[in-house]
Design a protein around this ligand. Structure first.
Ligand code: ATP
Ligand code: MG
Length: 407
């Protein structure tokens, strides 16, 4: 029948079953179907089947009690209402029953068909409302979860946008900084260029006018002296111009590391021979090597680096001093050092040494533009190496370059 209500009575006393059945039969106007079990475990498995609309549970169930049964059944997901049947009427039992999950309780022997019908009807209604509330709650939780998810995604997007904006800003700041440095470099270039070019140019001018005055063959010797002075001044200008060119090529990112495999010892000996011809009177370049001889480095850049360091070592040392070049190749690194016994670098100047155009206080009387070491440092960086130095005033300076060994 459509409105048949299925009741499961869980009671270990058959007399109680008979009494309850009789009371149910006396309920008018409704169709009730009563099942009965006296076993705790069978009751639980019947409840799991969810075939009943309401459970009537006796407080005493042999080794267990009705509250235990209700608690366990509710924990397992039972949704139909429980009505506890007890022997006594007191507030404590009532509260215990409620806490366990019973929707009502009836005192055995005191309830009539009307009370039972009313309790069943109210409990079923109450259980329905509870189920509805729970479903609404679940829907609400679902929506909250969806909205939270949406919000998290929106926040993620915002954070991404923020990061992109931040990175763009960093890029712009970097570009601006670079632009600023380039401008500073350019203005220092103009100052230094006009200053550095003036000396060799006035040499050229004065030597040229002197040559013009020598007309006789007897004056050939003097004429040649001035021709030599002009040559050396022009050479000087070429060196300075080449340095400027190197710096601007580095600035434009046009200096590349193109390594090749070669014998470091023969290469260094060639550079030493070339440089030995250019050092001051009595200065000697002594070369020593340790380890295997083959390396894989950019020859062009390395030659430039060595020429710069060796010419500094010579320029900032007195006549007759020794310059030591040494190379040491290990399985991990190639180490190159250039050591001199020269004027050294004042401690307070050492931090600025690689800044373009920087010249130490004790070098102002010695000709130079302050570009060499900047070029050296940038080349070493392009070659993935590191550059270090140690210097003691009036004792000497040692520059050390370390490249990772790849051969
Ligand atoms: P150039 O551009 O012609 O090389 P420079 O020699 O003055 O000019 P750098 O080679 O860059 O410029 O050196 C910068 C400064 O560092 C020098 O002016 C000098 O003060 C100091 N310096 C470099 N090498 C040595 C050295 N071996 N001993 C003492 N001081 C040095
Ligand atoms: Mg130099």
């Amino acid at each position: 029948m459509a409105d048949s209500i299925r009741i499961l009575l869980i009671d270990d006393d058959e007399d109680d079953f008979v009494i309850t059945r009789d009371i149910i039969m006396d309920i008018t106007g409704r169709n009730y179907h009563l099942d009965w079990t006296s076993s705790f475990d069978e009751a639980l498995s019947l409840i799991r089947e969810k075939k009943h609309d309401v459970y009537l549970v006796d407080f005493f169930l042999g080794a267990h009690d009705g509250l235990e049964l209700i608690t366990q059944a509710v924990a397992e997901g039972a949704t139909a209402p429980f009505i506890l049947l007890t022997g006594q009427t007191d507030r404590e039992t009532d509260e215990k029953a409620m806490r366990a999950g019973a929707l009502d309780y009836l005192v055995k022997g005191t309830f009539n068909p009307y009370d039972l019908e009313r309790s069943i009807r109210y409990s079923i209604e109450h259980a329905k409302s509870l189920a509805e509330i729970q479903s609404l709650n679940a829907q609400l939780e679902q929506r909250v979860e969806e909205r939270t998810q949406e919000l998290a995604e929106a926040i993620q997007k915002l954070e991404n946008t923020n990061r992109i904006l931040y990175e763009a800003q960093q890029e712009i700041e970097k570009a601006l900084q670079k632009e600023k440095e380039l401008n500073e470099l350019k203005s220092r270039f103009v100052t230094t260029a006009s200053h550095e070019f003036r000396t060799p140019l006035s040499t050229v001018l004065s030597s040229a006018s002197i040559i013009a005055r020598y007309k006789t063959t007897e004056e050939d010797q003097k004429r040649l002296k001035h021709v030599d002075r002009i040559k050396s001044a022009v050479q000087n200008l070429t060196v300075i111009l080449n340095d400027f060119l190197s710096i601007s090529r580095i600035e434009e990112g046009k200096v590349y590391n193109i390594p090749s495999t070669f014998n470091l010892v023969s290469f260094a000996n060639e550079v030493v021979d070339e440089m030995q011809a250019l050092v001051k009177d009595g200065q000697k370049i002594v070369y020593r090597h340790e380890g295997s001889e083959m390396v894989e480095l950019d020859k062009q850049l390395l030659k430039n680096i060595l020429i710069n360091l060796l010419s500094n070592a010579s320029k900032y040392s007195a006549e007759g001093k020794t310059i030591h070049l040494s190379t040491h190749v290990t399985p991990e690194t190639s180490i190159i050092t250039v050591q001199d016994e020269g004027i050294g670098i004042p401690a307070q100047d050492q931090t600025h040494l690689f800044t373009p155009f920087f010249r130490a206080q004790n070098a102002t009387n010695i000709q130079g533009t302050g570009l060499g070491l900047n070029i050296v440092k940038r080349y070493v960086e392009v070659m993935d190496g590191t550059l270090d130095f140690k210097s003691e005033l009036n004792q000497g300076t040692t520059f050390t370059i370390t490249f990772p060994q790849t051969v």
